[in-house]
Design a protein around this ligand. Sequence first.
Ligand SMILES: Cc1ncc(COP(=O)(O)O)c(C=O)c1O
Length: 407
Amino acid sequence: MYWEPYSNKRIKKTVFSALEQNLDYRHKPVLGLPASYLDTEVFYQDAPFLKDAPFLSAMIANPNHIGCHTLNESESAFEGTQKIEAELIQLCAKEIFSGKDEAYDGYVASGGTEANIQAIWILKRYFEKEFKARAEEIALVFTQDAHYSMPKAASLLSLKKIILPVNEETRVLSEESGAVLSKAKESGIKYFITVINMGTTMFGSVDDIDLVTKWMNNLDLNYMIHVDGAFGGFIYPFADPDSRLTFNHPKINSFTLDGHKMLQSPYGTGIYLTKKGFMEYALTEEANYVKGKDYTLIGSRSGANAIAVWMIMRTYGSEGWKMKIRKLLEKTERLCEQLDEKGISYYRNPFMNIVTIKANQIDSRIANQYLLVPDTHDGNPNWYKIVVMDHVTHGLLDRFLMEVNKI
Ligand SMILES: Cc1ncc(COP(=O)(O)O)c(C=O)c1O
């Protein structure tokens, strides 16, 4: 896991030179595109600070990154910044998820929801094309703690849902899950699109892939795995040196990770990564007006988003990012120690920055005052979570801890 940090000067030079390689609506004859730079009445282009602001300059230039830029030729008008996106995809696949030397495919999506749906869509098409699977023979397997984008995907793609139960205390997949899979097989399901969590939304829990593959192999199931690292992708691989959730795992086909969570990039920076040979299953042949056609769910999307993620990763470099994660984990540990002292029960994965407190142990008014997120807004919650992000300072945690007591 290594990528070089770039100086601010080098980042500016790379982004501005990419923008220069893009089509510039001001200087080239562009008659056919249904787009332009941002409205100049509102976003004026001669603001003096823009020369020092590569991301804002990219926003104003408004490059469209429609299509997939790791796969084939794309719209040449935005070639310069598309190359930055392609570099970002390889960087994430190889340096965060231990990809090998070969290239990977992927793109910067609107968010984790889209990246998960893209992954599930691709695996559905894979089973349909390679095994002539019928929709009713394919199921989406996910855990009780998985994000709601899974039922959303199942509904959109007409997939049967198989929900694996977890232990209420440990959030570990419970032994009943094996029986759930066995029943699904008996009911006629032949193909299993399986989602493994790298950091669940509410608990930050990480599924044991070996447990899942053991059940699936014992039942001789035909399955493929997508890892939802929307939240955990920018923290867990940096914290757990023995992570089994990498591209080296033969059954893992793809990952979701979100820039707009841990990385603090703007919204619209979900990332979908896949092994080579799979993006093609999402080809929309009819995308004739797009050079290179379209392989993504979204269609047009802002190139500035990919630049924002790339800039953050290049500013820190891998070592800088690891340091930042280390500090966040230390802060999380301190919070846990103090909760322990107060006898307040919580769940926490030691490699994650989420602490989920049992709702019946603390005063709900304090939970609301500090905007702890409940597991449900309908009725009484069972849990409240704290996510130790950059803005969650030691001081803020101390204030919370001074007020909170075990009920
Ligand atoms: C684990 C997980 N997956 C997917 C998502 C969906 O991400 P987005 O809101 O960017 O679509 C979230 C959002 O919280 C998440 O926590």
